[in-house]
Design a protein around this ligand. Structure first.
Ligand SMILES: *[C@@H]1O[C@H](CO)[C@@H](O)[C@H](O)[C@H]1NC(C)=O
Ligand SMILES: *[C@@H]1O[C@H](CO)[C@@H](O)[C@H](O)[C@H]1NC(C)=O
Ligand SMILES: *[C@@H]1O[C@H](CO)[C@@H](O)[C@H](O)[C@H]1NC(C)=O
Ligand SMILES: *[C@@H]1O[C@H](CO)[C@@H](O)[C@H](O)[C@H]1NC(C)=O
Length: 404
């Protein structure tokens, strides 16, 4: 048994480009994102040695002592690295050598085969919004307390605590009896503030459903603040994001309806001329939710449609597409749907599953055009909504991509 093969990689090569956010809906959430035993295999890599200029080398180690017989017989077929998807740029050239010879197949990026989840936006309440909310709560609370003659101790302008999605503000009563005077009003107050908070956050379509909870309790750390001896109330409001009205046709928009998917991030690369820029999207192939259904058995990606601002008609200078089996990008003329449909079309693609597995679609603009002025969304986030169409236009899973 050879036991000290040298494996040389001329850059941190990457085969499984996934990040934590994309893994939310994936079947195998832990690297290597597949159904394979994590141990029992005789091969491992030494820690990398940095040779400078982006060259890293690993030594392949073989230890058969604890390997299962089946694994020891299987041989070494490929090596996957879990990488930051931001590194997955077509301009990035990665080569691998094994004992000094280039590997037969060039290293390539690949997305694990499960529907990529939309990016998870964490809800951060900006500090000024947090303070405004805290001030409103304190003012209304003090007014209510004065109305029923419940005495509060100073400070009556407490410093609010703002962190992430938590807004906390504390007031002190002169006694338990004073606090109890507010009991009949606590639930109404909590409910009003929950409604106010939800109104100020809004319920944009790219959010997953979430709850706004307002709790009046003793001081402590959310969510474990202790019940107070005298005044407790809790109210919550639910945000169910409204579906967006795109694409403007009757087709199945569910992610995973077809085997085709878009990765949830965009990348920016130089354009074909000095003063131009390209925004690129990457297609992927996933396990459809129901492989036997009409959409699930679809095997061609016919076109991609973007929800876009049609006043930008003249801003798109070109569309460049590259299926995974091509070395170069093909130019497609920009194309828009009928006026009023706010739909930009990348067509025709007619990609097979193999071609869509790692395909790229880039839109070219003048350098001063921001992708967020082209893509329409009904919230303040910079995201693009896109549908991947089957040839019969019946299946059009809708994806969201944010720039990274
Ligand atoms: C590297 O390439 C040379 C020449 O093609 C060949 O003789 C040698 O066996 C190769 N080494 C490995 C480890 O494949
Ligand atoms: C988002 O769109 C939905 C329907 O398309 C609409 O009802 C909702 O008000 C919009 N939300 C915002 C924040 O614009
Ligand atoms: C959408 O299409 C489905 C089947 O393809 C059909 O049953 C349904 O009535 C259509 N809805 C509308 C609004 O056209
Ligand atoms: C489209 O862009 C124009 C000009 O930039 C802007 O005035 C308009 O509000 C945008 N339309 C939508 C639906 O956002």
């Amino acid at each position: 048994m050879r036991s000290d093969w040298k494996l040389l990689l001329l850059m941190a090569a990457a085969f499984a480009a996934a990040n934590a956010q994309d893994l939310v809906s994936m079947k195998y959430k832990v690297f290597p994102f597949c159904n394979c035993p994590p141990s029992g295999f005789p091969y491992s890599l030494s820690p990398p040695k940095d040779y400078g200029n982006g060259k890293y080398c690993f030594t392949l180690l073989v230890d058969t002592s604890s390997s299962t017989e089946a694994c020891a017989r299987a041989g070494l077929y490929k090596i996957e690295f879990n990488v930051n998807p931001a590194c997955d740029k077509w301009s990035l050239d990665i080569k691998a050598t094994i004992n000094g010879n280039f590997s037969l197949q060039k290293p390539d990026f690949h997305f694990p085969a499960s529907p990529p989840a939309p990016p998870v936006f964490s809800l951060n309440i900006p500090v000024d919004q947090c303070r405004a909310l805290a001030n409103k709560v304190v003012d209304e609370f003090i007014a209510q307390a004065e109305g029923v003659g419940a005495r509060l101790l100073s400070p009556l302008n407490p410093e609010p605590y703002c962190e992430g999605s938590l807004v906390k503000v504390c007031l002190t009563f002169a006694s338990n009896a004073d606090a109890e005077k507010l009991e009949p009003y606590a639930l109404t107050m909590a409910d009003t503030w929950a409604g106010f908070l939800l109104d100020s956050i809004g319920c944009p379509s790219e959010f997953s459903p979430f709850n706004v909870v307002v709790s009046i309790r003793g001081d402590g750390t959310w969510p474990d603040a202790p019940a107070s001896k005298c005044l407790n109330a809790e109210a919550s409001r639910n945000c169910k994001p409204l579906p967006i009205r795109f694409p403007p046709c009757n087709c199945t928009t569910t992610v995973g309806a077809t085997p085709f998917a878009l990765l949830p991030y965009t990348e920016t690369v130089p354009g074909t001329k000095k003063d131009r820029v390209q925004y690129c999207f990457r297609t992927a192939v996933v396990q459809p939710n129901d492989p036997n259904s009409r959409c699930g058995s679809s095997d061609t990606l016919a076109k991609i449609e973007f929800w876009a601002n049609e006043t930008m008609r003249r801003s798109v200078l070109g569309v460049y597409v590259r299926p995974s089996d091509a070395d170069t990008f093909r130019y497609i003329a920009p194309s828009w749907a009928a006026v009023g449909e706010q739909t930009f079309k990348v067509t025709p693609l007619r990609w097979s599953k193999a071609q869509a597995d790692g395909g790229k679609v880039c839109l070219e603009f003048n350098q001063n055009v921001d992708l967020s002025s082209f893509c329409l969304t009904n919230s303040s986030r910079k995201v693009c909504w896109m549908s991947l169409f089957s040839p019969d236009n019946k299946c059009c899973p809708l994806f969201l991509a944010a720039s990274i």
